[in-house]
Design a binder for this molecule. Structure first.
Ligand code: FMN
Length: 308
């Protein structure tokens, strides 16, 4: 992380953010991971690669990353999968760092405000990638609140600025979330197809390939609910994959890499939001300009319309 920050600083004087994954409480019962390991044996044989060690994941170096970021502050630090305690958020504030906590409910937004976050990112259920729920509900977790409802709820629950994320692919949708009370919008899937994106070629192609008709929230690859294109792996293993992050993530790491090497998109984690079919293959800068133009056009169209 430190090396990447150094490289980034050499490339730009513009503000940037670092995104931290909050560590998970240890799993009390690992038997479900063992069962899943047996269920994935056929995949390991098919891709001719061993399953990973479920215990090799650790906590993503969370404490060490916080220590580095406090010693050598960056403009923005955002947190996913949970909310740090007040002492951590206060320390970042004292270091001059703006903090953002991703939330999926009004209650999580209230918790973030209480803990001292500067802003919240409201992540709707449409969003690609992992759901940022602060606690993973092993019995549920595969549903959530849509973005427009969530933004309105969060706006009425906290005084913090709100960044809206989930399913936003066009400038008109950004205008809609700003009208609903968000101060900013965050887009993920819209940028996946850009040449600057590090996504695998097959992942980029799959976004608009008519073979992939829908997305789903699944635990199949990582053990935590994440939204991706529905492929064979999701269909076959999603229904019984256990709530065990990062153990399942570790377990399937080799499989995902082997599937990519084999050019088999049906075994890869194709993270994508609900709007994936609208992805445009443009350089990132051009895409931003297009989104802004679309947003302005949408605002002009609405303000020119009579409300009576
Ligand atoms: C491929 C991919 C990777 C992502 N990785 C992260 C991540 O590391 N940390 C994070 O907070 N959110 C991550 N997200 C979620 C985004 O922050 C955001 O919530 C989401 O992309 C918004 O929905 P959209 O993809 O429909 O635009 C990721 C999303 C995608 C599609």
């Amino acid at each position: 992380m430190y090396q990447e920050i150094k490289q980034l600083r050499a490339l730009t004087g513009q503000p940037f953010g670092v995104n931290l994954f909050m560590p998970h409480p240890p799993l009390a019962d690992l038997s479900a991971v063992e069962v899943y390991r047996h269920q994935l044996a056929g995949e390991a044989a098919w891709y001719e690669t061993p399953l990973g060690d479920p215990d090799a994941g650790g906590d993503d170096g969370y404490e060490a990353k916080v220590a580095i970021l406090l010693e050598d502050p960056v403009p923005v630090v955002s947190f996913t999968f949970g909310c740090p305690g007040r002492e951590v958020l206060d320390a970042f504030a004292a270091a001059g760092t703006f903090t953002v906590v991703t939330v999926t409910s009004a209650q999580e937004a209230r918790d973030a405000q209480w803990a001292g976050a500067h802003a919240v990112c409201a992540q709707g259920v449409e969003a690609g990638g992992h759901r940022s729920t602060h606690r993973d509900d092993p019995q549920g977790g595969l549903t959530g609140t849509g973005l427009l409802t969530l933004v309105a709820e969060v706006r009425e629950s906290v005084q913090l600025p709100v960044v809206a994320a989930g399913g936003l692919m066009r400038g008109s949708q950004i205008a809609a979330v700003l009208a609903a009370g968000a101060q900013a919008a965050q887009l993920g899937t819209a940028f996946l197809a850009c040449p600057e994106s590090g996504a695998h070629r097959l992942h980029k192609q799959a976004l608009t390939n008519p073979l992939f008709v829908t997305t789903a929230l699944t635990r199949a690859f990582s053990g935590r609910p994440a939204r991706g294109l529905v492929n064979r792996f999701v269909r076959e293993h999603g229904p019984y994959a256990p709530a065990a992050y990062p153990q399942v993530h570790q377990l399937t790491g080799g499989l995902r890499k082997a599937a990519a090497r084999a050019g088999d998109a049906q075994g890869m984690a194709l993270w994508a939001g609900q709007g994936h079919r609208m992805a445009r293959e443009l350089p990132a800068g051009e895409l931003v300009e297009l989104l802004v133009a679309e947003m302005d056009a949408a605002c002009a169209a609405v303000s020119g319309r009579s409300t009576r």
